[in-house]
Ligand binder design. Structure first.
Ligand code: DGY
Length: 424
């Protein structure tokens, strides 16, 4: 296990490097994506530490004054992607989108910081950490202020793209109240690069576009969006990821001697630990996203449901229930962890977030399980992820049934996770 072609993985990162930032895949995603870049930095960190830090620093150059960090930075225009900068109309320089993405950056920066210290390069990287820390803090504060309107200690996504799990069935019922009647005509680009059966449907794209148009109509005023957005879903994935990222950010604050900041961050952790139980679904015995507007739990067991270990939640009864789901699902597929429970009637082997395995989510799940002392399941996830890369190359995602690649090839974050996990 773990015999991936490291040179091929490094070559993908170099090929997709546009000078200071890395595109996920030159054809399908020709810009800088937020959480992609964070995972990419983990890969660079295994062979070019300075370049890893630069990836995150470049991303934060696009941060808005209020702390918001966009999900896409359009450093250069490219006609091969829709919706491009003119559709978002945020009016920022650099041009960006108006929604965010899962906040994995603080955890990645902590990893890079620990790795620099263990290589005796802590002194050298301390200044870069000191410059990044307030930016990470401002972004997390922005989540607290604008993505948790009821102060429940969760993250409320205002767009399916914010969750990173674009077409997960968790967004189907909440999406029904989005009015798509004024979206108008548009030409998708993703389906000219990839087989449409792998990608979200036309109805899903209409909803994505209607939400972009709504955000734009507010002038990307995040206070108005958090009050009036027609889609508001407490996402189990982002909620777990932010809780984990806050723990890492608090440790960075300790290392830098920023005790006031550490106290503020720990107050967010307390709030999340007290409130996140709202996402537990007793009927299905799993962590599930919940519609803030209707109060309804999705009831879907997805790969994000298993991020509770990564979040550092410890609850014997719930952990045991999640382990039972893990073992049941492992009996249904060849490769863990499918993005949707294969027992669900909506499971599809190759359609993006309705079945395929994603290396970055696996990385978080496997890391969380191992940290929680469940080495066997953690190693199962790691072994399956590396086996997919060894056998089929570095795809955007993979079928959990036969391991075939789905989405873009030569995919940066997959190569990066391969390097980070194989070299561990
Ligand atoms: C896309 O365009 O498919 C992206 O996932 C949006 O971030």
């Amino acid at each position: 296990m773990g015999i991936i072609d490291r040179e091929a993985a490094r070559a993908i990162l170099r090929k997709n490097d546009r000078g200071g930032y890395t595109v996920p895949n030159g054809r399908v995603y020709p810009f800088q994506w937020n959480w992609d870049s964070a995972f990419v930095a983990l890969g660079f960190d295994t062979f070019d530490r300075g370049r890893a830090w630069t990836e995150i620093e470049t991303l934060f150059q696009a941060q808005w004054e209020d702390g918001f960090l966009p999900h896409i930075v359009f450093w250069k225009d490219d006609p091969g992607y829709f919706p491009g900068p003119s559709v978002w109309g945020t009016g920022k320089n650099p041009v960006t989108s108006g929604i965010t993405q899962p906040p994995v950056a603080a955890t990645v920066v902590r990893n890079m910081w620990e790795s620099a210290k263990s290589a005796d390069e802590g002194e050298h990287y301390r200044q870069r950490l000191e410059a990044l820390f307030p930016k990470l803090l401002a972004w997390h504060r922005w989540f607290h202020d604008y993505r948790d309107p009821e102060r429940r200690g969760v993250v409320v996504a205002m767009h399916p793209w914010e969750t990173g799990r674009d077409n997960s069935p968790e967004w189907d019922a909440p999406g029904e109240s989005i009015d798509v009647s004024s979206v108008g005509d548009y030409v998708r680009r993703d389906t000219s690069h990839l087989d449409a059966k792998m990608r979200p449907t036309k109805l899903e794209y209409d909803r994505y576009l209607a939400l972009v148009q709504f955000g734009r109509s507010t002038g990307w005023d995040h206070a108005r969006i958090s009050a009036d957005n027609p889609f508001q879903v407490a996402d189990v994935g982002m909620s777990m990821i932010l809780l984990r990222a806050n723990r890492d950010l608090a440790r960075l604050a300790d290392d830098l001697g920023n005790s006031d900041d550490a106290a503020e961050i720990r107050s967010w952790i307390d709030l999340a630990e007290g409130g996140i139980g709202w996402l537990w679904n007793d009927d299905v015995q799993a962590w599930c996203s919940r519609d803030l507007l209707t109060g309804r739990s999705s009831g879907f067991i997805t790969s994000a449901s298993f991020l509770s270990f990564y979040a550092g939640l410890q609850d014997a009864r719930r952990d045991e229930a999640m382990r039972r789901h893990f073992d049941r699902i492992a009996g249904l597929v060849e490769y863990m962890v499918p993005s949707l429970d294969p027992a669900d009637p909506g499971f599809q082997m190759v359609r993006y977030w309705r079945g395929p395995v994603w290396a970055v989510v696996n990385y978080m799940i496997g890391t969380g399980l191992s940290e929680a002392g469940d080495r066997e399941r953690g190693e199962k996830v790691r072994g399956d992820t590396l086996a997919l890369m060894e056998r089929n190359g570095f795809y955007e995602a993979y079928s959990p049934i036969d391991g075939s690649g789905s989405g873009g090839d030569d995919f940066s974050w997959t190569a990066a996770i391969g390097l980070a996990w194989a070299d561990r």
